[in-house]
Design a binder for this molecule. Structure first.
Ligand SMILES: O=P(O)(O)OC[C@H]1O[C@H](OP(=O)(O)OP(=O)(O)O)[C@H](O)[C@@H]1O
Length: 207
């Protein structure tokens, strides 16, 4: 693919989209109790958005990392979701206890850089919900007000392979910084020449 076919996004652009999204999050669902960053692409946006979600004088919102990777499973049927998600890292409920007794009843914000086929976000939402529900059952509690919202820097406008279950989100919102056409997105953290990358992003109006 030539450089012209790619959509170049600068660090400035990511920063501004996170800032705008934070305003919307605070005015709709309020301050999240925890950010769950889907690595690796979700790490930098998570850290940026935390800056703008934090209110003066308040504690930082904890960021928990999960690692999810997609790989093509060639053995799957045509109707199946065509890619499988592999967990490379998951929440450590033991470590989370430093901040909370559990995630039950919490306002949870899941962050990733891009919603492409939606496979990864669907997996993250479903599996996080199940884990928290299992934890609740063990403690004899129900899910109560546990709420899941999702922020992605970019959502690709295309048919998705999976849908997000609104019932699991429980009033949480789905928010994309910017909806974009279905093109290869070049993010700055992948660039080996950040100056040229930034120039191309500016030319495309993505700064
Ligand atoms: O909407 P989907 O089709 O599921 O694709 C989106 C996912 O793909 C990329 O992850 P990748 O597995 O390439 O790992 P990375 O974040 O470490 O680059 C990206 O970071 C998202 O997590």
């Amino acid at each position: 693919m030539s450089s012209d076919d790619k959509l170049y996004i600068s660090y400035n652009c990511v920063h501004k989209l996170c800032q705008k999204a934070a305003t919307e999050i605070l005015s709709t669902i309020g301050k999240p109790d925890v950010i769950v960053a889907i690595g690796g692409g979700g790490f930098i946006p998570s850290r940026i958005i935390r800056t703008f979600l934090r209110q003066t004088g308040e504690k930082n919102i904890p960021i928990q990392a999960i690692g999810l990777s997609l790989y093509e499973d060639l053995g799957m049927g045509a109707d199946a979701i065509g890619k499988e998600v592999i967990r490379t890292q998951w929440l450590d409920f033991g470590a989370l206890a430093q901040h909370f007794d559990s995630l039950i009843g919490k306002n949870i914000l899941i962050v990733d850089e891009v919603d492409d086929t939606r496979t990864t976000l669907h997996y993250a939402l479903t599996e996080l919900y199940q884990d928290i529900q299992e934890n609740a059952e063990k403690l004899g509690k129900d899910m109560g007000n546990t709420k899941f919202s999702i922020f992605v820097v970019n959502n690709k406008l295309k048919p998705k392979r999976a849908e997000l279950n609104k019932d699991l989100m429980n009033g949480g919102i789905y928010l994309s910084g910017e909806d974009v056409e279905d093109r290869w997105i070049a993010y700055p953290w992948e660039s080996s020449d950040i100056d040229t990358h930034t120039e191309l992003a500016i030319k495309q109006g993505n700064n």
